[in-house]
Design a protein around this ligand. Structure first.
Ligand SMILES: Cc1cc2nc3c(=O)[nH]c(=O)nc-3n(C[C@H](O)[C@H](O)[C@H](O)COP(=O)(O)OP(=O)(O)OC[C@H]3O[C@@H](n4cnc5c(N)ncnc54)[C@H](O)[C@@H]3O)c2cc1C
Ligand code: SF4
Length: 750
């Protein structure tokens, strides 16, 4: 790479940037400032490469900042600089670029933090100065349990991702095909993510020929391992090309103009889908989650159903799904302690869990010092803490390594394939049968029907822009909640003028998305070492979940889960501040350096109910680069959920105080519409007037077409969704294939 490609800013602009960064993160007695750490070098290089599309905005911002002082920003006094930055943050400087979706301050603040605390491989964090300042040892693995003890001093020299040994890497990428070849498969699956992979595996083992069309590339999970910004900021900026090109828009109510949606995590466009990036918490729903409406009415009366809520029972019971939960857990390899059955260690499990026929395949991840602190406090409050079950190996499992507690887990690929994904479990096994063909770079544009209205195939766009047709005996759409809905709405024919599956106007309704109104807890002087261990290495309580507690005298229904997770990486962590700590200057620097290794989060997963107004449709104003409308999200949280979240935050704060937190603060209730748990849009049910698909994912009004994934969910219990998504897909594999798509399956009594 030439020198020019490494630097985008002119010398005068660079000088303003350096003055800005050094004022925002100044040097102190024991730490270098932002420029010495290399934050300006990092950004200049990124603006010449992955952030080139932000260059014009930076030029405008730096000019506006420079013009705010008569002698220029560089020559301004420290006090004047701070005043200018405060005005910049409030958007009050003349000449700042206008952006409806976020402020320029937000962008620069995030980039500064990346330059300070990301892996030196990206050009900042020189000689690990940023990491040394907070005590983060970088890309490490093979942590021992005692290193997670409270106040243990971790004696490891910082290490970059480029220092990792090749031997840490095991499995390869499944071999993919250039094309689907001649002839028509029995089943054509759109989307090679979690659902696509597990369903394909099931079908080929039953002797069927299957083709998967996947929009993204095939890559190993480890390509996204152990590098905080490669897996997060860069993934969203440059990596997930398709998804970033079509980010949905969001408004809180009908009638408003929508703007670009907030993404809390970003989504993966690659073979394996979000099963590469997931945190691997693999938990079953509770028995009563499948009949929330009838159970609520039976216990509290119909008037307790919140106004405007479209709460309904699922078209199946827990018992119908239990064998498929077993099957999914077996394929993934789940570690945990069963709480109520079939496990000698059940006193350590979740006492509320639904009946299981067997123990987990492996013991739970070990309990960290923080986990134990949480568990002791929760017990003292009268709760029943348990380790979250996780699709993470705690012993070698079917050729995959045990977890190394590296802590680059949720959002990352696993460097040793200890975390199960479609790519390192079912896809290689399915390919071995010779009956599966996977075509990557195949972006499906719409579903094609014949004269009778039956789905017969799809049109897709190859990576070089050619349009192709692929037929299939049954067409399965498994592209995550947004694209599932979008593809149906974009696919029209003579019989389906409003889109496939949409004869009764149900497509897009009942959208739900997880909000994460967590409570942060600062334990001054106590080293927590949360930079060790996967997110899923968590202790949790389910006492306040669902209807596990009496709501008679409460002003809301349903509940949520509270948990103390691990994985705390410094770019993200440097943005977590109590409301009274500013985002720049000495106060920010001092707070972060002191708090990084002493801050915990009590993560709250509230149940989100469906409402009439919350839905997905096609945005009439915003299109992707191919001129196709993006999804428009209409979503706000209901009054019931606001009260529930307040209640859960109160309880979490009490636990945190009992744990010894010296200060706590709360995250906002509405944390954005794109979380990792987006569900609804193609609701399942028996009645075509109120649902899009049946309990096997078959579209009521379009024979030959199946839609699978969280979009089929009827409700969003306070449990991570993927295990249920997979169980439903495996059940659909039995139902659809043995009975033929398009035929009616008898209603299964709930
Ligand atoms: C950071 C993160 C952490 C998570 N943690 C957890 C967790 O701990 N526990 C849990 O239960 N869940 C978790 N989830 C959610 C979980 O990953 C998803 O529920 C699950 O992956 C959904 O499976 P899916 O097959 O429906 O979608 P995906 O896995 O997203 O797969 C969809 C696939 O379709 C492809 N695709 C999209 N559009 C097209 C098109 N037009 N043509 C062709 N292909 C297309 C995509 O590229 C992708 O490969 C997490 C998600 C994320 C992002
Ligand atoms: S499972 Fe997660 S924490 Fe364990 S080695 Fe893999 S990425 Fe690291």
């Amino acid at each position: 790479m030439t020198k020019d490609m490494q630097r985008a800013l002119a010398p005068a602009e660079r000088a303003v940037l350096e003055a800005l960064f050094d004022t925002m993160f100044p040097g102190g007695e024991n730490n270098p400032g932002a420029v010495e750490i290399g934050a300006a070098d990092y950004l200049d290089k990124a603006l010449a490469n992955v952030y080139a599309h932000h260059l014009i905005e930076y030029r405008d911002v730096l000019a506006a900042i420079d013009a705010a002082s008569p002698d220029g920003f560089v020559r301004a006094s420290a006090e004047t600089r701070l005043d200018i930055i405060a005005r910049f943050e409030r958007g009050e400087l003349a000449g700042l670029p206008e952006n409806r979706d976020r402020t320029s301050f937000d962008l620069i603040w995030r980039h500064l933090r990346e330059g300070l605390f990301s892996d030196p491989v990206h050009g900042g964090n020189r000689d690990f100065a940023g990491w040394r300042a907070v005590g983060f040892p970088g890309a490490q693995f093979g942590y021992r349990a005692e290193e997670q003890a409270l106040n243990h001093k971790v004696e490891r020299a910082p290490q970059s991702v480029i220092d990792l040994p090749e031997s840490a890497r095991l499995l390869g990428t499944p071999a993919v095909h250039e094309s689907a070849g001649e002839g028509e498969p029995d089943v054509l699956i759109v989307g090679g993510g979690a659902v696509g992979g597990f369903l394909a595996h099931k079908l080929v083992r039953q002797g069927l020929n299957v083709v998967i069309l996947e929009a993204g590339p095939a890559r190993t999970g480890r390509e996204r391992s152990m590098d905080e910004i490669l897996a997060t900021a860069f993934r969203n900026e440059g990596g997930a090309v398709k998804f970033n090109d079509e980010v949905p828009t969001w408004r809180t109510r009908p009638g408003e103009r929508a703007r670009r949606a907030v993404m809390s995590q970003g989504l993966e466009t690659a073979l394996g889908g979000n099963s590469i990036a997931w945190g691997a918490v693999a938990m079953r729903f509770y028995e009563e989650d499948f009949r929330i409406r009838s159970a609520t009415i039976a216990r509290y009366g119909e008037d307790r159903i919140p106004v405007g809520s479209t709460m309904a029972d699922w078209p199946m019971s827990y018992d119908n799904l239990a064998p498929y939960y077993d099957e999914a857990e077996d394929l993934l390899g789940v570690s945990g302690h069963a709480g109520n059955r079939a496990d000698p260690a059940r006193s350590r499990g979740n006492p509320f869990e639904a009946p299981r026929s067997r123990p987990y395949a492996m013991p739970a991840l070990h309990t960290s010092g923080l986990g134990q602190l949480f568990a002791d406090a929760a017990k003292a409050e009268g709760y029943h803490p348990f380790p979250l079950p996780a699709a993470i190996n705690t012993t070698p499992y079917r050729g995959r390594h045990a977890c190394t507690y590296c802590s680059f887990c949720s959002r990352f690929g696993c460097h040793v394939d200890a975390k199960a994904s479609a790519q390192n479990t079912v896809l290689p096994a399915a390919l071995e049968t010779g009956r599966l063909k996977i075509v990557t770079g195949a972006r499906v544009m719409d579903i094609v029907t014949d004269d009778s209205g039956r789905a017969v195939g799809v049109r897709y766009r190859t990576s070089n822009g050619d349009m192709k047709f692929q037929g299939g005996g049954t067409v399965v759409v498994a592209t995550y909640a947004f694209e599932n809905t979008r593809l149906l709405l974009l696919s029209k024919d003579r019989r389906h003028g409003r889109g496939l599956g949409n004869e009764t106007g149900q497509v897009g309704l009942h959208y739900m998305t997880r909000q994460q109104p967590s409570v942060y807890a600062f334990f001054e002087g106590l080293a927590l070492n949360r930079f060790i261990g996967p997110t899923a290495q968590a202790m949790a309580i389910a006492d306040l979940t669902g209807d596990h507690f009496d709501h008679t005298d409460l002003d809301f229904i349903r509940g949520g889960r509270i948990a103390a997770f691990n994985q705390y990486l410094p770019v993200e962590a440097s943005g977590i501040l109590p409301p009274d700590v500013p985002r720049f200057g000495k106060a920010w620097r001092d707070f972060f350096l002191k708090s990084y290794n002493s801050t915990s989060m009590l993560f709250i997963d509230p149940e989100i109910l469906p409402y009439e107004n919350n839905r997905l449709d096609l945005d009439p104003d915003v299109t992707d680069s191919l001129g196709r409308p993006v999804v428009r999200i209409t979503f706000d949280i209901g009054d019931n959920e606001r009260k529930l979240m307040q209640f859960l935050q109160d309880r979490a704060e009490r636990i945190a105080k009992r744990m010894g937190a010296t200060r706590t603060w709360r995250r906002q209730f509405l944390t954005g519409p794109i979380s990792t748990h987006d569900v609804g849009g193609t609701r399942m049910g028996h009645d075509p007037e109120t649902s899009v698909v049946d309990g096997f994912g078959r579209v009521h009004d379009t024979p030959g077409l199946v839609v699978l994934g969280g979009s089929n969910f009827v409700s969003l219990p306070a449990v991570n969704p993927a295990l249920t998504i997979l169980a439903l897909a495996l059940r659909a594999g039995d139902g659809v294939v043995s009975q033929g798509a398009g035929q009616q399956v008898e209603a299964v009594p709930a």
